[in-house]
Design a protein around this ligand. Sequence first.
Ligand SMILES: NC(=O)c1ccc[n+]([C@@H]2O[C@H](COP(=O)([O-])OP(=O)(O)OC[C@H]3O[C@@H](n4cnc5c(N)ncnc54)[C@H](OP(=O)(O)O)[C@@H]3O)[C@@H](O)[C@H]2O)c1
Length: 316
Amino acid sequence: MGERSNSITRKKFLKLSGGAVGAGLIATSGFSSSTIAQSTDLLHRTIHSTGEKVPAVGLGTALEFGDITANYSKRKNAIKALIREGGKVIDTSPTYSNAEKIVGRALDELGARDKCFLATKISVRGDKKEGIDQSIQSYKDLKTNSFNLLQVHNLRGTKAHLETINALKKEGKVSYTGVTHFRDSQNEDAARVIENNKIDFIQCHYNLLNRSIEQRVLPAAREHGVAVMINVPFARGGLFGPTAGKGLAIPEWAKEFGVDSWGKFFLKFILGHKDITVVIPGTINDYHVVDNIGALRGRLPTEAERKRMVTFINDL
Ligand SMILES: NC(=O)c1ccc[n+]([C@@H]2O[C@H](COP(=O)([O-])OP(=O)(O)OC[C@H]3O[C@@H](n4cnc5c(N)ncnc54)[C@H](OP(=O)(O)O)[C@@H]3O)[C@@H](O)[C@H]2O)c1
């Protein structure tokens, strides 16, 4: 235990943003070029299949984002913060409660659809027709005619749904194809999908508590030029319990590579792996979005520093 935690609080966030959000100085809808951060100083990574570059941290929407009974403006503010800070990638799914509807409404109200890289999924266990019907609903809910990325969720019905996604790609309604999963038991299947199909993205789990994808999935993605999107980067928030949750101070050696919060500690560890294209931490809080995008600034940990991070977390 050391001094107080360096995790980002709303108070600290308002201080960092000069009180602009609280004072209503940032436009409530729409973005002028002056309200969007210069993203040139942020780490971008390349999608191998096209050469397109994306900011390497985005936003996930699986946990509380889809709660339609909760505070909508809070979720809208999280998306607004993502775009304003220079982030771009949003990952959602028809199975994340009402997340698609909330994301679609927020992007529409913010006039931000063209400023984001929108990823969603086909999630049904059922047949091809059910998958097609689900994607038709996703376009409606997300209020868009095209997805940047459409993924087969959790490798369910991979063959049938990849056919659908590839057909949509030919029609110009999808830019990139992908598959997702988040279980160690599916690493082998995910690697085989990469090896036996032409996909642009694999989405899977990687964090300081679970590095299982280093064995099969990452080498396969590297060999086949498949971009890698990382889910559950904070182990669904579990990494914060024994660190920020216990008021643990950021180690001095981590400050040398720009870490000033536990969120950045966990994200910079992931970004330090050169095969990772983009990480999608989930949050409904604008100040956590700002913290997470901050991981794209400054240098990344070296391999020796990444090993030290693993040891540090294992020893807690
Ligand atoms: N099979 C799949 O396709 C699959 C599976 C799992 C996840 N995913 C995707 O991956 C995304 C990420 O996974 P996840 O949301 O389950 O888990 P996660 O990103 O590992 O953790 C989310 C938790 O971290 C907290 N958090 C976020 N930023 C923080 C920060 N800077 N400081 C402190 N706490 C912070 C959030 O709390 P607050 O909300 O309070 O900020 C939330 O409780 C999902 O949202 C989803 O888009 C896909």
